[in-house]
Ligand binder design. Sequence first.
Ligand code: ATP
Ligand code: MG
Length: 566
Amino acid sequence: MTTPDAATPSNFISTIIKEDIKANKNNGQVVTRFPPEPNGYLHIGHAKSICLNFGLAKDFDGRCHLRFDDTNPSKEEVEYINSIKQDVAWLGFEWGEHLYFASDYFGQLYDYAVELIKRGKAYVCDLDAAKIREYRGTLTEPGKNSPYRDRSVEDSLDLFVRMRDGEFEDGSRVLRAKIDMASGNLNMRDPVLYRISKVAHHRTGDDWCIYPMYDFAHGLSDSIEGITHSICTLEFEDHRPLYDWFLDELEVDCHPQQIEFARLNLSYMVMSKRKLLQLVNGGFMSGWDDPRMPTISGLRRRGYTPESIRNFCERIGVAKRDSVVDIALLEFSIREDLNKRAPRVMGVLNPIKVVIENYPEDLVEELDAINNPEDPGAGTRKIPFSRELYIEKEDFMEDPPKKFFRLAPGREIRLRYGYFITCKDVVKDDSTGEIIELRCSYDPATRGGNSPDGRKVKATLHWVSATHAINAEVRLYDNLFTVENPALQKDGADFKECLNPNSLKVLTSCKLEPSLAGATPGSLFQFERLGYFCVDPVDSNNKSPVFNRTVTLRDTWARIQKGKKK
Ligand code: ATP
Ligand code: MG
């Protein structure tokens, strides 16, 4: 597990770009792109790439394109395109007029393919997929030439036109580059450039029944758009010779430089869209925006802010070697942000009733509470105090062990912003023995939580007034997986087998202070002592809000850092 150093985010890519600008390469211009395939929702790994590409463009006064790599119509949906645009914008990045689709270039890409055939650098191959694989060889054995490799240029041109015109069945023929079947790099063994697929495309409809392959379309799309630095993840390192080959053979004017960086992996999480899709389709998650998902939409619904995600991406830096980032660092980033901005409120998740016997029956006092000690400008609010209150069940023990300092029979504690109270009696259900009520007394001299005689108490508890509290559902989350790297299971076990059965806990009888009535969906609060919470924008309504716990108050990241320094 690597633990990137927040103070020095390394970015070897900006160093390369600085050198390029110094050498006046690309006339000193910087044009990057973020090229998602619209086959799923974006995740936090994509956020790393977005922050990097848009960030570099911003740092160097360049521009960053948003380009949909929509070359695979069978797996793509308009829903994904819309969600991707929404997520990039929400993260705080603007593509302006530079929104593109690889499908915009289908005509030009086709012409490039024809040009390669004419130059003797591509041919139509009639082998089926299985045979192509067989002929391809392995890492230790060279491949074999296809029997169609030496087909004449005229024949290939004729067949390619007829492929385009829909004369042949799916899978019956492909167009391949003519490179080197003995190359040590498998990507260079006559890769497929075009396949037949009689599937309608969400933008080009039935115009095409042949579609370009990723490697062919990607680099040429970069070139068409005048991209200067084509930044991608490490798995494309072995594709770089092919990326360059197309641009060299076609002698295009713009030859972008491909630079690879390590993808983001998070502990206790999976990150591939294919796996996330399985979680959604298999009903393991409520949707792509389930607050347990590492998707941008899931994180947003959970209560993550764009600032926290951008800060996280900055902290992890950009490296050339794959690593796993501790999920505690992501949580640290949102805790740090919300500590500054989230108003403090009180809410009781597992309520138990407290009756203050010496408090007048019909008295209600409005007590002053501080909205955010980190932000004096946030001011104060009034919270009602009355004879019947709720406190947290786990803040009381009838028979407390030595280190339990909260409420217990005969013991005095402070109610935050309220009074000192002492527990006098415990009322139980006769049949079950369950505690249903605590009978307490209060000291009127301790209003506001201060004792005039300097008397000390060892605990300050949160509470709400029973008659004034609003009811709410609260959802608590834990890691989605029980193991650090779910994608790497022994003996090929399925990653879904290590889903954490306790990743979601729903509490339906929570009591919250009345100021939270009508809280805006998506708004964020600190429930004192319990963590940061977000009003769920999907399931909340005015009558009964639903709160997602974004993160607890426990800074596990600081603990990990401290442990390392020892
Ligand atoms: P996945 O493996 O999750 O399906 P992908 O790479 O197929 O992701 P694309 O839509 O092709 O998804 O990715 C768009 C861009 O985001 C690419 O440039 C890709 O390199 C980058 N990207 C994807 N996953 C990560 C990640 N975990 N960390 C950093 N960048 C990523
Ligand atoms: Mg991909």
